[in-house]
Design a protein. Sequence first.
Lengths: 332, 540
Amino acid sequence: MNKKRVTRLAEYFFTVWVIVTLNFLLPRAMPGDPFLYLSSDVGEEVIFSEEQRQYYLAYYGLDRPVGGQYLSYMSELLRGNLGHSLYYNEPVSHIILRRLAWTFFLVIAAVILSTFIGTVLGSISAWYREKWLDKFLFFNLIIMSEIPAFLLGLVLLFSFAAGLGLFPLSGAMTHFAGYENWWEKVLDILHHAFLPVIALTIARTGGMYLLSRNSVITVLEKDYLRTARAKGLSEKRVIFRHVLRNAMLPIVTRVFLSLGSLVGGAILVENVFAYPGLGHLMREAVMVRDYPLIQGIFLVVTICVLLANFIADFIYGKLDPRVNDYSETYGG
Amino acid sequence: MPRKHLLIILVLVISASLLLFGCGSDQTRDDQNAGVASEEQGQVDVIRLEGGDWGYPSPYAHYPRGPGGFKMALIFDGLLERGEKGLIPWLAEKYEIKDNGKQYLFTIRDGVKWHDGKPFTAEDVKFTFEYASKHPMVWSDIGSDDIEKVESVGDRQVLVTVSEPNASMLYNLGQTRIIPKHIWENVDHPKEFTGPEAVTGTGPYRLTDYNKEHGTYRFEAFGDFWGPVQKVKVIEFIPVSEPVLAFEKGEIDLTGVSPDVLPRFQNNPAYKVVQSPGFWGYRLLFNMGDYPVLRHKELRQAISYAIDAQELINKVERGAAVPGSAGILPPDHVMYNSNVKQYNLNLKKAKDLLARLGYDRLDEKGICQNKDGKKLSFTLSVPDRAVRMAEVLQEQLAKAGIEIKVQSADTKTHDARVRNNEYQLAVLGHGGWGNDPDYLRERFGGLFKGGISPSASGLQGYNNQELNDLLEKQCLEMDEQKRKQLIFKIQEILAEDVPEIPLYYTTGYSVYRPDKYDGWMFMFDHHSLTHSKLSYLERD
């Protein structure tokens, strides 16, 4: 048991190390450097003289051999220092922390909503399998799940924000407004988050729906359900106690494993609504070759995904006693 | 039991993230201005513009992009500023160029105050030049060895001795943002210096709020400003998703518009549409160093004749651009020579020129070749946003029998290719075409400092002694009119030699509501209304 945990931990550390190293090498393998500006954005004027470029490369130690840079990066990282952003001119950890909160907020709200709605609709569909309601839900949700979140975001933006004026056009809160109290601020933030969250939720609900429908159908065909019914248990008890409980397993796994991809979807939606999350930041960091920031963002995303995996492992074990029994009996 | 766990974890994460941005977005705000319109003519309380994070607006911390630099320039003044027609006296009341451009004597304005109330002195100017030589500012107008020495003469005069006379030096010295000695003298790492005192300037506006992750800025008129009255009391930059929507909804007061949505605003007295001068352009570069065939002037001229710039503009920019001038300087430039040779589309001339080089027969695909079977086929490198343009060029040159293979990459990769001479033909798009014409020397002359010359090693495979001499001469000529003559001659030579082809200069459109505010103006060498500090101030 203990030995197994140690191996498991070592595995996680090894994964992190490999990824950290890749994060370090990949940005540097891209052509161009952070201070090379020959082109500029349309309408923009950027002129860095060669002298200035050399100055900054030396200033940030980027003129040293890659091996030396790697060692100092690793030793700084072990001390918890993610470095200083070359473009944004601020410690990387500050930048990421402040933006990550907004992205998490969107993503988690969307996960909860889409999981809830998807599971409910999926169960209903499975229950009325092959009836018209099932067919209706199936058809519509399949179509909805195929629309990319950012496109949905644009449609929502143009109809509800621009057309009807029900929601703000952009941003995460009203600026320079001055709130009367904290409650007003929270409402304002929710008001701004509504459309992005809905876009992400709609885009995800289809997948959750399909999965839970499938999962519930599989469970419905199991023998123990016939037993449960035969015992004379109420329908409600059968559904919630026996069906859903057993159908939950793949759904829970899916929720956590898909967190990574959801962050990807959030990035595009954030760009549509000019929402201050990681989205715009990640794109910009790669465009301007901001090595420390690219490293930092990838590292944080990596850790989040690993953490999600870890939680999924943990919860799976709790939900399905067989997993732990198995490993305790045969594993290790 | 397990579901309870899940719930607890979720609640924890949500509250953690709420907490985090609760802290992150605490705003230091000044009192909100009442929305009452000012009685005075043409004045306005608040102007809102498209925001986005462009960095902390100190001369060292803003991002190296226009919107960052110009926000900084609202706070920090130069000795000279860019007016509508040229440089105008600003912190320097007057200046004198001495010793054939070796020395500059600036007389600084009296009674100027820093935002913290301390008086501005000649010492601050001296300090700034010395400090900026040691630590280059983001907008680095002066290099580490440009200035030989700086002396203050009395309280109100500063004498700058430059290492080498150069006609563009006045602009560079004048544009350098003056920073207060009493704040910066103990700062060793100016890039990391981002406290509130780092944005103490002498300029017309003070920064009262900045939020990095939301991309918001708030500037308020500085009460003790020495100069023209601020017609805009407060400038707010707010995040915007769709600028045109935001403008129509009245969230922002000015926006750039693409030609597609232009009809919505034209012929409507509520709006005013302005076309920007073309100071942002695309160049077609020839790698003459590594590909000797490109050293033939006739080939480069033939390519010029084969390109239909107007078609490029119509197809790629929807008409919002002006064709490139073969003399490089754009038509809106103060020293533009309109009488240089121009290459309008002429396929016959193109083919004649190619025949003269021996490329007088076509292969089965219609590509020109000479008697040894050598074909005119080139790879054209473009940044990925210019792929559409590359395709049009490909079609156009095919008609003259020149084959083009397009190779696209993201901007930084493309830049690296150009810099390392890893291309045959390349398209490069950037701004700064309205700048001091000394950039012609950096592009085509013998001396290179990088930056705007196509590559670190300079322009190889092209050498015109007459041009080199003129380029050296113009930068030593301190007389504006005489210098203009030299620049005119230089444009003629460039137009004949075609060391590169300027394809076109973009001229975007801006729209605003004149009822709200009508004080917008362009600086003589720049394309953006909102970037001009004078746009917000009283003018005669």
